[in-house]
Design a protein around this ligand. Sequence first.
Ligand code: HEM
Length: 370
Amino acid sequence: MTLLNDLTGAPPGMTGRSLLLRLSTLGAVVAGTAGGFAYAGGWLSPGLLTPARIVDRFEAVNGPHPGFRRNHAKGLCVAGRFAANGAGARLSKAALFAPGQVTPVLGRVALAGGQPYAADAETTVRSLALLFRQSDGEEWRTGMNNIPVFPVRTPEAFAAQLLAAKPDPATGKPDPARMAAFFADHPESARAAALIKARIVTGGFADSTFWSLNAFRFVAANGSVRPVRWAFVPERMATAETPARAGQADRNALFDTFAAQVRQNPQRWHLVVTLGRVEDPTADATQPWPPDREGVDVGTLSLTEVTPEAPHTCRDINFDPLVLPDGIAPSDDPLLSARSAAYAQSFTRRAGEAKAPSAVTGAPNPGAAL
Ligand code: HEM
């Protein structure tokens, strides 16, 4: 066996033309693979938006926070269960919608933004991310926000908005001229921002409605497919923000109050699935669907536990919106694959870094308002 045979893995008898052919094929494969990595890494196209570049941009805007999520950095783990009422079974064949089915759920409540130690503010976008572990071993992961529409339609607009909204060091606020230029280039974002601004900001996590924003497709056992969006609608009566609470000194007031509420009683939301019609936009999360679309309450989420971000908790979960069970499928929304790729990039980076303790632990805070 020659050195060449060792290097190529060619059988000992293989020499001459056949070996050359094999080497050139190997060369093409290696070059193709390297080209694939170069393409994915964006080296061949410096202007192209890649998962790495979008996550670099979060880091450039927010500064380095090793070990933390690059967005929705401040958060707390939750756990509970989802009890199906059976109404979802005609819409989707996913096991968790079967009548009487109770599915364990792990999750995370968080505030949008890449600052893990930012003080809680009631207008900061709140999120709820959930992982349903079905009895058949399949999972459904979903991340939702307490806003009625998403501010951008495409990943490119998301990256542009991150830069435009970067706080000006002089004022601590986004530069109004840059924001105006962004909205002039993205009129759909200007319309969405107006809807987001007009929303009612409730008092906390427990009385927030969390929307999927992206459209998906439900696939039923009889093969029917329909566009859907969903929302987790709280049982708790919404309370408006009060000036007293807005001014309170606890930097973690929203999380501390939520943890106290969960300790007192399970906090519940109804999963309401909105059924889209063919004419409803599925590839534009900035646009609401008409308000008369049928909504189907398919069951109740009860959150019964809060736990700090620690090894083997929600800290180590990637709430990738494309982890879907049979019966829920992606739509043509371009944000979905961009989210999936960016979350994987953020997850890979943070999983390889030492992480400082999170700002919130869920431990009792005697000062927390209930
Ligand atoms: C192209 C658009 C988007 C990009 C680039 C993006 C980026 C990110 C990144 C990097 C993370 C951190 C992931 C991790 O490290 O685990 C994250 C978290 C999150 N994003 Fe997005 N996002 C986008 C759109 C959306 C949309 C449309 C929603 C809809 C509701 C959303 C909801 C969330 C939620 C709920 C979390 C927190 C998940 C958790 O608690 O772990 N994002 N996002």
